[in-house]
Design a protein around this ligand. Structure first.
Ligand code: HEM
Length: 494
C-alpha cells in the first residue's frame, strides 16, 4: 500500500502540471475582465438577458463568464445555439444543481436531471403519454372550452360597464386553471389555497429560480449570505405552501368516493402503488410532487406571458391588430367560439405568435444546462461542469439575423420556412434537443385558442388619455420574463 501511495504522491504534481498545460493549450471563449473572487458576477445586472446581449455584441456569440465559482458560457447566435442544442446536445443536456432547484424539486427528484438514467426516461415517457400527447391535448378540449368561456363572460361584464380589464392577471388565471384542471382534474374550489395565491406562489417560485443566489456561486459563504438576506426563509415558505397545495390535491384524489375521470395525479398515484407492491419504489410521494412542481412551474406562466406580450404588441401595432382580427372573424363567421380545430386555418395569427416569441421569448436564456463532457464550439473548448445558457432574447433582436429587428412584423414569417418547434435555430421559444419543452403542443394550443377568442369577441381600447407610445414594455426579472406593469385595456364587445 505504502509504495503505491508514495508513487501517487510523486506523480500527482506531474499529472496536475499536464492537466494545466493541456488546458492552457486550448482556447477559452473570450469574455469581460474578471474581479477577484466574484469573477463576472457584477456584470449580470437586473435583467441578465439584456446585459449579456450587450456584452455578447462586444465579445462574440460564444462568451465566457466566471460567476463566482461557476464557469459559464453564453451562446447567442443561431449557429452556436445549433452547436449546443443539436450537434453537442449529448455532451451538455444535464441541468445544474442549485440551491433553488434543490428545494423546489424535493432534492432533485424531478424530471430535470440525469437525462441518461432510467428514472428520467420513465418519467418523461409518462408525462408525454398522459399529458402532452396529441390525443391527450385533444381530450382537454372541453376543459379549454369551459375555462375560456368563463374568461369571455368575465370580460363581457367589464365591457358592459366600459371598465378596464387587467389582462395580465386574467391570462395568468386562465392558464393556471387550465393547467391545474388538466393535471389535477379539478379546480381550486374548496382548496385552502385559492387561484390568486397559487399564481402568486408560482410567480415567486419562478422569480426565485431566475434570480442568482449567493449559495449557487459560493457554496458555504453564499449559504450564510442567503440566510442573512432572508432568501432561505422565503424559499422555505414558498416551497412549504406549494407542498401543502400538492398534499391537499393528492388527498382529494385518495378519497374513496372520488368521482371523475382518471387524471395525471391518478396516474402518478397508481404508479406509486404498483411500484411499492413490487418492492421497487422508484416513484415515491416526493417524486410525484416534484413532477407536479415541474409541470406547474413550467406550464402556467410561459403561456400567460406569451399571450400578454402578444396582446401588448397588438395594441401597439393597430395595423396588425386589424389584420389578425379580420382573419379570425372571417374564418369563424357566426360560430361564436374559436376551437382547437379552427386554429390551424388561422395562418396570420400563428405568424403574430411567432413574432411575439421572437421579441419576447418567455424564457429568454432557456433553462441553464450543465456540460457533462468536453467539446468544442467555434474552436473554443467547453469543459465539464460549465453552465451553458442560450440567449434567445439577443438572437431575436440581432440585426445580423433579422431585418428591422425592433419592428413588430409578423409578415416576416410569411413563407413558413421558420418554425417555432426547435428546428429553426433563429427562433427557439421552446428550446431544442433532448431538453426541449415537452409541453409544446399543450402550450401552443392554449395560446392560439385563447388569443383567437379574445380577438374574435372583443375590440381592445387603451384607457382614456393613454396613447400607444405610453404603453410600458419594460420587463420584470425572473427565469421567465413578465411585462413589468400589468397590461390594462378596455374591452368593447364585437
Ligand atoms: C407557450 C408555452 C410554453 C413555452 C414558451 C415553454 C418554453 C419552455 C422552454 C424554453 C423550456 C426549456 C427548454 C430548454 O432548456 O431547452 C421548457 C421546458 C419545460 N417545459 Fe415548457 N413551455 C411552454 C409550455 C409548457 C407547458 C404547457 C408545460 C406543461 C404543462 C410545459 C412543461 C415543461 C417542462 C416539464 C419542461 C422541462 C423539460 C426538461 O427539463 O427536460 N411547458 N419550456
Amino acid at each position: 500500500m505504502l509504495p503505491w501511495l508514495s508513487l501517487l504522491l510523486l506523480f500527482l504534481p506531474l499529472l496536475l502540471i499536464i492537466a494545466v498545460k493541456r488546458r492552457q493549450g486550448q482556447l477559452q471563449p473570450p469574455g469581460p475582465p474578471q474581479l477577484p473572487v466574484i469573477g463576472n458576477l457584477h456584470h449580470i445586472g437586473k435583467l441578465p438577458h439584456q446585459t449579456l446581449w450587450k456584452l455578447s455584441q462586444k465579445y462574440g456569440p460564444v462568451m465566457f463568464l466566471q460567476l463566482g465559482r461557476v464557469p459559464t458560457v453564453i451562446v447567442s447566435s443561431p449557429e452556436t445555439a445549433k452547436q449546443v442544442l443539436k450537434v453537442h446536445d449529448i455532451h451538455c443536456c444535464s441541468r445544474p444543481l442549485s440551491e433553488g432547484t434543490r428545494k423546489l424539486s424535493y432534492d432533485h427528484l424531478d424530471v430535470a436531471f440525469s437525462p441518461f438514467d432510467d428514472y428520467w426516461k420513465e418519467v418523461r415517457k409518462i408525462c408525454v403519454q398522459e399529458l402532452f400527447s396529441t390525443q391527450r391535448v385533444h381530450s382537454f378540449q372541453p376543459i379549454r372550452d369551459e375555462v375560456i368561456q368563463k374568461l369571455i363572460d368575465s370580460i363581457s361584464e367589464s365591457a358592459s360597464t366600459n371598465s378596464l380589464v387587467n389582462l395580465s392577471q386574467k391570462l395568468m388565471s386562465l392558464t393556471a386553471s387550465l393547467t391545474c384542471k388538466a393535471s389535477f382534474g379539478m379546480s381550486f374550489q374548496g382548496s385552502k389555497i385559492d387561484n390568486d395565491r397559487f399564481q402568486m406562489l408560482v410567480h415567486e417560485a419562478l422569480q426565485m429560480l431566475g434570480s442568482y443566489s449567493a449559495s449557487d456561486f459560493f457554496p458555504l459563504v453564499g449559504w450564510i449570505f442567503d440566510w442573512f438576506t432572508g432568501l432561505h426563509r422565503r424559499r422555505e415558505k414558498i416551497v412549504g405552501d406549494l407542498d401543502a397545495f400538492y398534499e391537499e390535491m393528492i388527498d382529494l384524489h385518495l378519497q374513496e368516493n372520488r368521482q371523475g375521470d382518471e387524471d395525471f395525479v391518478d396516474v402518478l398515484l397508481k404508479l406509486e402503488r404498483e411500484q411499492a407492491a413490487l418492492g421497487n419504489a422508484q416513484i415515491t410521494r416526493n417524486h410525484s410532487k416534484a413532477i407536479l412542481m415541474d409541470i406547474l412551474l413550467a406550464g402556467i406562466d410561459t403561456s400567460a406571458i406569451s399571450m400578454t406580450w402578444a396582446m401588448t404588441e397588438l395594441v401597439r401595432n393597430p395595423r396588425v391588430m386589424k389584420k389578425v382580427q379580420a382573419e379570425i372573424r372571417n374564418q369563424i363567421g357566426e360560430n361564436a367560439r374559436v376551437r382547437f380545430e379552427n386554429v390551424n386555418e388561422l395562418k396570420y395569427l400563428k405568424m403574430v405568435i411567432k413574432e411575439t416569441w421572437r421579441l419576447h421569448p418567455p424564457s429568454p436564456l432557456l433553462i441553464p444546462r450543465e456540460v457533462m463532457s468536453e467539446f468544442q464550439i467555434n474552436g473554443y473548448t467547453i469543459y465539464p461542469k460549465t453552465r451553458l445558457q442560450v440567449n434567445l432574447w439577443g438572437m431575436g433582436r440581432d440585426p445580423n439575423v433579422w431585418k428591422d429587428p425592433e419592428e413588430f412584423l409578423p409578415e416576416r414569417f410569411m413563407d413558413g420556412s421558420i418554425d417555432a418547434k426547435g428546428q429553426s435555430f433563429e427562433l427557439l421559444p421552446f428550446g431544442s434537443g433532448r431538453r426541449i419543452c415537452p409541453g409544446i403542443l399543450m402550450g401552443s394550443v392554449m395560446v392560439e385558442t385563447a388569443l383567437a377568442n379574445l380577438l374574435y369577441h372583443f375590440d381592445w381600447k387603451l384607457p382614456d388619455g393613454m396613447a400607444v407610445q405610453d404603453i410600458d414594455i419594460e420587463e420584470a426579472p425572473g427565469l421567465t420574463v413578465y411585462k413589468r406593469t400589468p397590461l390594462e385595456l378596455v374591452p368593447v364587445r364585437f
